[in-house]
Design a protein around this ligand. Sequence first.
Ligand code: SF4
Ligand code: SF4
Length: 425
Amino acid sequence: MSEDYRAMWQDLGLDLAAHDQLLAVLGAGYKQIFLAQEDRPKGMEYFNFVVSQVHGLRIKELQDAKQAGRKIIGSFCVFVPEEIVLAADGVLVGLCSGADFAMEEVEKVLPRNTCALIKSAFGFKLGKVCPYLESADLIVGENTCDGKKKAYETLDTLVPSLYVMDLPQVKSEQGKELLASEYERFKKAMEELSGVVIDAERLKKGIDLVNAKRKALKRLYELRKHDPAPISGLDALLITQVSFYDDPVRFTNAVNALCDELEEKVKAGQGARPKGAPRVLMSGCPMAVPNWKVPWIIESAGAVIVGEESCVGERGVRNLVDDSGASVEQLMAAIVERYYKIDCAIFTPNPDRPAHVEEMFRDYNAQGVIHYCLQFCQPYQMEAIPVENRLKAKGLPTLRLETDYSAEDAGQLQTRVEAFLEMLS
Ligand code: SF4
Ligand code: SF4
């Protein structure tokens, strides 16, 4: 891929040597973790191809979209409504925040004790290795956790156009009003940027596209409830990660085609792991591509991950937007209703999330929950305690892990995971 796209990367201002280094590390990690799995579904070939072209063909497609007048919007959070971006004929891409890069540079502008996800976003910018970030006409930040909202003040000095969306932290009438007014402000910003007036027809089309993507992912997740689960947790996670940057229509078709295949596997009793393998539910911080360390450790130890209670998982697809409204106002209200239900740990209090973890444990026929948290992520670390207390009170096994993106603690994590899985079986 590199030779075909080098000129494009150069035009985007990437540091080609650093970028080569990043691609080499990612390629080696992908081969070791994903391609080494046995009996993967045939439908995974599409996702292998997409990953192989993550900085190639997909970036070319984004440049072509820009040439055609479409705007590229980068985001770091599932609160940024893709429906509104699509209604303005834009393209929404999730910005990579799943690997350490240029950490020395990062620690000159951010405190060392910042979570790996935020540091990674800065590392990709300061190391000049992310073609998505460099393609974006607008980068949308959001006032969620303290780390992000303060980091955006610094990011604003590093990128040409940062837009910060304010978000409620309390579920209340005022909270909902704030969300509604912020989504209205975002709609206007998208209209100004794109020159497109968002009417009801455009908004409904955007809603239907995103609903279809969420339905396809939900269909995939439903299939994982079977024992044996027809797909590994690693592959399911990868698909969810790809959903943040692939073309939504093509992605939805590929997931549905894969699900057709998985349904046959379920009928034939074929699984990614043998029937009876320990079934684990992951819960906690979102895992952005290429953050695969903990799932790899869990599945290498013989378990199968059957669900992710995370924004890169169930939380991202749990609810659909009601598309029955006839006016822009009704459809915007439906978007607010849907996003207001997101149970991110930045909300206080946040009783829905522990309840959802328990519900998922039962629905997905899990045997244990692994609560995954990034170091220095206060919202999820704080919330790990009530989640664990609730599960323990019901006798549901839980393991709490805290880590970052480095490989240094892999041995220690492996020992703890293996002991947990042994207890489950
Ligand atoms: S965990 Fe919270 S801040 Fe992070 S992507 Fe999800 S909703 Fe956004
Ligand atoms: S992982 Fe935690 S600290 Fe990091 S950006 Fe997400 S919510 Fe904020």
